[in-house]
Design a protein around this ligand. Structure first.
Ligand code: GDP
Ligand code: MG
Length: 337
């Protein structure tokens, strides 16, 4: 059994073991999540997403360093980095590269880096990320940077669960169209055009600005709008003034590899947190995140239960009928549940 108190007091070995337990979905990991959950709610979750190769890991590395050189209440914030890479589930190839690049952070006790292997269902991936965040939050990390490859809806969903979403673009063919396809611009609280050392960067930034204006009609992200609506429905009091002001997604030119533009970004991340807190969106986002996590857990559990009681022969027979167009999936559903 892993000691929950050891995690809370910053024991890195206990934390590492707990995260592995979460990945393997052990009973002990469930006990730890339950015990530690009351001690969470402080960490600022910052999602960093974008196409492979856009420079997310390099950027996260620089952000972590910059945050460590700043201070919150006269102390440098403790930073955790979670790298979620479902595109390389077993080989760990991409993650190894990340580890090497992040090595210059390794000596700093205020920084904790962990990559997350993805096993099983996509819903599971989202929950594991949430569980990782719970453990790191309870261990006293102030800022949790979550790197996800912006390759599909599952990853977009993970990013959506962060308080602040940074979308990373880089100049190059088709990136902008890619961004629309993944609905990724919609979720950006901060938009980074990385590799600003390349001559096309300014054009990319200009194109993104136009696309952002078209897709949003200015102002809030789709997620924020959704949240404000659900707030209104639940009659939660919000700060009206800030609701009207909204948040203008800044577009920042950054050269992550040289560290230029990073200070502005650190400032943007802080401003965004202040905006969320002052407009009450922070609380709403927390509620939304927790509700989504509960929903995902229920769905996973129900499917598990269904599979346990499944009559495999009957299932295969129905499946064959569907493939032969003798029966529709919707009919089969009623027969299976
Ligand atoms: N020219 C240039 N290359 C960069 C910059 N940032 C990152 N790269 C390079 O882009 C490649 C992909 O970076 P990486 O951080 O692994 O991207 P990720 O896949 O999004 O995590 C690496 O070769 C980096 O060295 C930058 O600001 N300018
Ligand atoms: Mg990476």
């Amino acid at each position: 059994m892993i000691d929950a108190e050891a995690i809370r007091s910053g024991n890195r070995l206990a934390l590492s073991r707990a995260l592995t337990a979460v990945e393997n979905n052990t009973p002990d990991s469930k006990r730890l999540q339950a015990t530690l959950f009351p001690f969470t709610g402080n960490a600022h979750l910052v999602g960093v997403t974008g196409a492979p190769g856009s420079g997310k890991s390099t950027l996260v590395n620089q952000l972590a360093k910059a945050f460590r050189q700043s201070s919150i209440n006269e102390k440098p914030p403790k930073i955790a980095i979670i790298a979620v890479d479902p595109t390389s589930p077993y080989s760990g190839g991409a993650l190894l590269g990340d580890r090497i690049r992040m090595q210059d952070l390794a000596g700093d006790k205020g920084i904790f880096i962990r990559s997350m292997a993805s096993r099983g269902a996509l819903g599971g991936l989202a929950h594991s990320t949430a569980a990782f965040a719970t453990l790191l939050d309870s261990a006293g990390f102030d800022i949790i940077l979550i790197e996800t490859v912006g390759a599909g809806q599952a990853e977009v969903n993970i990013a959506r669960l962060a308080h602040t979403v940074i979308v990373v673009e880089a100049p190059g063919m088709g990136d902008d169209i890619q961004a629309i396809k993944a609905g990724i611009l919609e979720i950006a609280d901060i938009l980074v055009v990385n590799k600003a050392d390349r001559p096309e960067a300014e054009n990319t930034a200009r194109a993104l600005k136009i696309m952002l204006e078209m897709s949003r009609g200015g102002g809030m992200t789709a997620a924020s709008k959704h949240l404000m609506r659900s707030l209104a429905e639940k009659k939660v009091n919000t700060n009206q003034k800030d609701e009207k002001t909204g948040w203008e997604t800044p577009i920042r030119l950054v050269t992550a590899i040289e560290g230029s533009g990073i200070d502005t970004l650190v400032d943007d991340i802080r401003r965004h947190k202040a905006y969320l807190v002052s407009s009450d969106l922070w609380k709403v986002k927390e509620a939304y995140r927790l509700e989504k996590d509960l929903e995902a857990l229920i769905k996973d559990k129900l499917v598990d239960q269904w599979q346990e009681n499944l009559d495999e022969e009957k299932y295969q027979a129905l499946l064959a009928e569907i493939i032969q167009r003798k029966r529709s999936p919707i009919e089969a559903l009623d027969l299976l549940l």
